[in-house]
Structures are given as C-alpha cells and as structure tokens.
Write a protein that binds this ligand. Sequence first.
Ligand code: PMP
Length: 403
Amino acid sequence: MTATLLPYAARVSRLTGSVIDSSTALLASQPHDIVRFAMGSPADEAVPLEIFRSISASTLDHSSYTYGATQGEPELLEALVDYLGGTSEPTTHERVTITSGGMQGLDLACKIFVDPDDLVIVESPTYTNGSATAASYRAKLLEAPTDENGLIVEALPELVERAGRTPKAIYVIPNFQNPSGTTLSAPRRELLLDLAHRWNSVIIDDDPYGLLRFAGDDLPSFQSLSPSDPLLFSVRTFSKILAPGLRVGWVDTDPSIRRLVINAKQSMDTCANVPSQQLVSEFIRRGGLSDHLTAIKALYRERKGVMTESLRRNLGDRIAMTDPEGGFFLWVSLRGEDAATSTTALFDIALAEGVAFIPGPALSASGKFDDSLRLCFATSDPERIEEGVQRLARALDIARSLR
Ligand code: PMP
C-alpha cells in the first residue's frame, strides 16, 4: 500500500493533546504503587458516593436515558440558579447553559470568539488544556507573566503594543490558578476589565476552584465588578466541587450570546449527559451542596497544610512553593543546585520511585518552567501525601546524582 498524505485540516497542526490528561492513562498502565499528585482529581472521600447511589436508585427513570434540552435539564438549571443566588455570582436562567464539563465551556468560548490568527492572551504558566483549546481554533497565543498575585495585568498594554494588535480574548483563571495556586488581586481584576473594554476583548473567566476557598477572604468576582457585562464569558464546572467523571459544568454569559452558545453546543454533543445532570440537580435540590462544600474545604485545607509541611521538612530550601488559599494545586520551583534538574526528566525517575506530578513545561503554552512542577494536594490522604513527598525527595536525589 502506498502512503498518501491525508487531506488534513490546517488546524490539525495545532491539535497538541494534553500531557495532563494523558497522565491518567499512563498512570493506569503502571503496575506498581504510585502516589498521585498529577491529575487535579478530587479526593475519593470528597465524592458523595452514598448520596449519588441513593439518588440513582430513587430518581433516575426513563427520562434519564433520552435526549435532553441542549441548554440543560430544567431541574438542574432551576437548582443551579437558585443555589448561585446565595453566592457572589447570582445569575438568571437567560444566562446559564449546562455544558459537558469546564472543557466544553472553554471550547464554546473559543468557537464563538476565536478566528484563525486571532491574538489570545494566556497566563504563563497556565492550564494548557485551555490554551490548547484556543490554539485548536488556530489562535496566536500571547503569553503574559504572572506573580504571586496572578496575571500581571499591568504588563498587558506593553505586550499588546508590541504585538501590534489587540487581543480577541484574554484567558484567565482568577482563583487558586491552575497550576500556580495564586489568586488575581482585586485591583488587577478591575484593571483587566478596563483593558478588556478598551480593546473590546472577551475575558474567558475560567473558575473551577472559586467555591473552594479554605483560607483568607473572598475577592470580588469579575461578575460582581461588572454585572451583565457581555465581554465576560464565565466557565464553571462541577468537576472539582462534586466529581469530574460526571462531566457537568456550565457557562454564564450575556443573554445576547446564549443562542450562539446553544447553537455551538448543538454542533458538538446535543446535550450534556442526562443522568449526570439529574444526579447533580437532585443533590443540590436536597440542599446538600453547602454542607458538602464546607466539608471538602476543611479536607483540602488540611491536605494543603500537610503537603506544605512535608515539602518543607523533606526538601527545605531545595524548593520554593506557592501558598494557595484554596483549590487543588501547589506550584513548586527547584532552587539552588536542583534548579539544573529538568522536571521533565525527573518525571520518569519519580514515576519509577512511585510518585507522579505534572512537569512545568506541560503547563506552559511555550514549554517554559522546566525547573518547576505542579503538585495536586487534594487527591491523597495525609499519610499518602507524606509518602509521596518522600518519594519525590528520593527522585530529586537520584536526578542530582545522575547529572
Ligand atoms: N479549567 C481549569 C482551570 C481546570 O483546572 C480544569 C480541570 N482541571 C478545567 C477547566 C476543566 O474542567 P472539566 O474537568 O470540568 O472539563
């Protein structure tokens, strides 16, 4: 058979895949015990399995197994809008569309706003599944620096000036950012809104972790600073607060673009998984979400403390790390002699030692941060966290001895 060049679409060269997502299959294929600091998965204990079982038994029926409305199951929309009414992001039925997880929200945002060659600002480091989504629509990514207060918004005008054109979209994770764990300061939120208005750019406000603050005070959300703002495209998910396997999230957008959101979703998957939506809506309707959030925030506060303490004790000044007030992730940078260790190379050594993390370059649109790595403190219990950090320390020693 002669090899012929398949008639690929131009976008294929920008379908980069995800090191983060691929780690799930990679770890599943390993025969030995591995402490999992890699994926951003909730703790098993944080998934309300018994309640889900009882809801499945009592609530799911034939309606669960037919097509649902694209905008979402009416009961879920009702329960969600009602729940959000008690948060800093009250909303209305005209604004919300249920999605198949946060990833679909990002896809919808890019499908609606990003043309080939459009400029899209992304944080550095960032959640590369998000930047890759923009890239899959052939955006030109403009990486912007971050510090302990999130995206350095003050740096954007100069970056944009140098690029010679304004961005179509700005992709930002404002709370307990993935991967750095940092939170965008209030003045920077205001400045980002000002710039978006000046440039007529959409803010893709990706916030899966905002309801998981376990220390410090809430900061005003973009929505509260700029209510009913058509330039705000807010992407939310139940993946971190309930369970990622449900694949249920939502987007909150101006009613004027909701029809487009629905049309775009109809060319993707018709509707989000109906049994999952019914599980979530019944969970909220039974009043479980507030107590659940209180309980899992306490769990994650403890785990973050345990991981931080263990890293200090086992690695001391060989590393620097961020100090998140919520969410799932610590961002660790190698220091001193260890800074010469590639975290990409360290990954294989660590895997053999029985611990997994995400190397820094997998969290950068241009593959930077080879001296850094992301650790998820949410998944493992305190004993396993200690074990995993000790394995990581051993892996670093081995990497150093090999140099
Ligand atoms: N955005 C960010 C910042 C995330 O961390 C994640 C999940 N890791 C997502 C979006 C995607 O969420 P989902 O799993 O619901 O698709």
